[in-house]
Design a protein around this ligand. Sequence first.
Ligand SMILES: Cc1ncc(C[n+]2csc(CCOP(=O)(O)OP(=O)(O)O)c2C)c(N)n1
Ligand SMILES: [Mg+2]
Length: 397
Amino acid sequence: MAKGDPGVTTRGTRAAPRSRKSTGTRKHAAGTTDLVQLLTPTGERIDAVTGPDGVEYRVDFTDEEYRGLYRDLVLVRKLDAEATALQRQGELGLWASLLGQEAAQVGSGRALRTQDMAFPTYREHGVLYCRGIDPIMPLGLFRGVDQGGWDPNEFKFNMYTIVIGAQTLHATGYAMGVTMDGKTGTEDGEAVIAYFGDGASSQGDVNEAFVWASVFNAPLVFFCQNNQYAISEPLERQTRVPLYQRAAGFGFPGIRVDGNDVLATYAVTRHALDNARLGQGPSMIEAYTYRMGAHTTSDDPTRYRIASEVEAWQAKDPIARMKAFLEQQQIADEGFFAEIDEQARTEAVDLRERVLAMPDPEPVTMFDHVYPTGSPELDAQRAQFTRYLDSFEGSAH
Ligand SMILES: Cc1ncc(C[n+]2csc(CCOP(=O)(O)OP(=O)(O)O)c2C)c(N)n1
Ligand SMILES: [Mg+2]
């Protein structure tokens, strides 16, 4: 992604990209589609779209910025595939692939401003990449050699959270703190984004987070990646209404975006974040997408879904449509695509080599980062565990 702040506008204050072929501006009539989309599955560009919320969404990127988004999409997919391969070869304990969700993650991740704080689940490798964190970090976690080694404050990206939905409460508390610190109400204010899944939407924690964020007007965007499954449970086991409509019951706006469209996801997320930072409170985005792979490497999705469904979503692939757009508009040529593929290959090889070189930690170090200053109870446990390890001294084990 190019440096600087890529253009996004709402309500049409900036011009559409010049001389691009497009399908023009679309309006959502009542009762028609409620999906905000700026790039169709075949790569056709829609200049602007008015969502059911009455907001006109558009982006105004330079050619370099469009190419940057494509680069991000390809790189995060490639690194993710490498991590899956590493797990298959016994080098990671587990991996939760983002395959199919690249646009939802890159679009929202790039929409964050530097000062914004993100609270991820365990699948947000694409957002982590956009935040500038070394992609090896989550691999250390899933290899079991560290406990998640980045500083959330330095990168404004909190730790991965595997307890479903818990991070929405952490995000709510953090966002309430942002308001108390007086960091909202201006264009350079801070906004917060909480990622969660369609399955998590049924958790009590998430619904409590909705209530608290709403009544305290927290500067928070609830970003739900509806990838259609919670492990094997399909969406219809979570809800009888479109997920984004849940927001209305809690008293804040909700919107559904095509989560396989990086441009629309960027526009919708940037708008919601800017509203939050200006003090206009929380909102919810439902990024409508699909988990193309298994839930994790411990899962076999052929047991609960049919191949034709996966094929239907393959036709909506987030990277293919961006590539088609770049080709159709002559924003990128074969040389560019080859260069990106080569960069992705090189970064994946580098990632692999660094994972294989990760040393196993001394078992006793697992006590090191439980509390910042330790505790008597923890010290006792460490001492006991050390005695236990010492008892093997001189044995064959
Ligand atoms: C509190 C809690 N309950 C159950 C689990 C087991 N679990 C792990 S992932 C998952 C499904 C989550 O589905 P969703 O929220 O749609 O996210 P996705 O994995 O699809 O990204 C469950 C039930 C857990 N980690 N935490
Ligand atoms: Mg899901």
